[in-house]
Design a binder for this molecule. Structure first.
Ligand SMILES: [Zn+2]
Length: 256
């Protein structure tokens, strides 16, 4: 159903106004944790377009959304032999192919995330990279902070987490452990509407970004302990510009 004629056939050298928007609803499946320094991130924002009352919502910063999606994509690139699983090598161990791309023993490009980007794989081209003075590529995948649809009070639960000894108790030789933590978690089935904008990518690269969004389940710093999220794709909007702009006043016309 997707009109793939919309996308450029090759990557344009300069911005050329092909905006594909993924409208998604991120839904927590279990108790999730999006935090910085031990606290859930929150923001005071308007309740909606027609109500300017301020409410507190849980926020999911953009890097917390795109980094896990990017890593899921890179895992697949390694799984199917498109980039090497090796770390970057230095000095005389560093081998380059005739395009100047670092390669491993088998000739696969070495793309070491945030260390030595290969500058040519689907990940580097779509999400961009920066290598000090050696060049950079802007990301063609834009996202923004996502806010919980429901207010903070209804969207979170405080848990006390214990780290008991092996026998299940919290004390040893009469001494009680201090390994008790209070931690706010995002409740299951909390919804975070989000729009991911992809600019000027070809059809295969757009599908790569879309697949990463649909496959990613774990967000947050400690990926083995935080809860999972399902990304529901509500729609794809193809346009010559960004579809959402800041609403200047609650009474703004709905046709603006
Ligand atoms: Zn790369």
């Amino acid at each position: 159903m997707l009109n793939t004629n919309f996308f450029p056939v090759t990557l344009p050298p300069r911005p050329s106004g092909h905006y594909a928007h993924l409208v998604i609803l991120r839904e927590t499946d279990s108790y999730a944790l999006f935090q910085t320094d031990g606290e859930l991130n929150t923001a005071r924002v308007h309740a909606g377009v027609s109500s300017s009352a301020l409410i507190t919502r849980i926020t999911m910063f953009k890097r917390k959304q795109t980094t896990p999606e990017r890593l899921v994509g890179r895992e697949l690139l390694r799984r199917y032999g498109l980039i090497s699983a090796d770390y970057a090598s230095e000095g005389k161990d560093r081998k380059l192919d005739d395009r100047g791309v670092a390669i491993d023993k088998t000739g696969l490009p070495v793309c070491d995330y945030n260390v030595d980007f290969c500058k040519q794989c689907p990940d580097c081209i779509s999400y961009g990279f920066a290598i000090g003075d050696a060049g950079s590529e802007k990301s063609k995948v834009y996202s923004d902070t996502a806010y919980s649809l429901s207010a903070f009070d209804a969207s979170h639960e405080a848990f006390t987490l214990n780290a008991p000894y092996e026998d299940g108790t919290m004390s040893r030789k009469g001494e009680v452990t201090s390994r008790i933590n209070e931690q706010d978690h995002v409740r299951p089935q909390t919804l975070f509407p989000a729009v991911i904008t992809v600019r000027d990518l070809t059809t295969p690269l757009f599908l790569y970004v879309l697949s990463n969004v649909l496959r990613t389940r774990r967000y947050g710093a400690q990926t083995t302990r935080t809860g999972t999220i399902t990304n529901h794709l509500l729609g794809i909007v193809l346009a010559d510009g960004e579809i959402f702009r800041t609403c200047t006043s609650p009474s703004a016309s709905t046709t603006s």
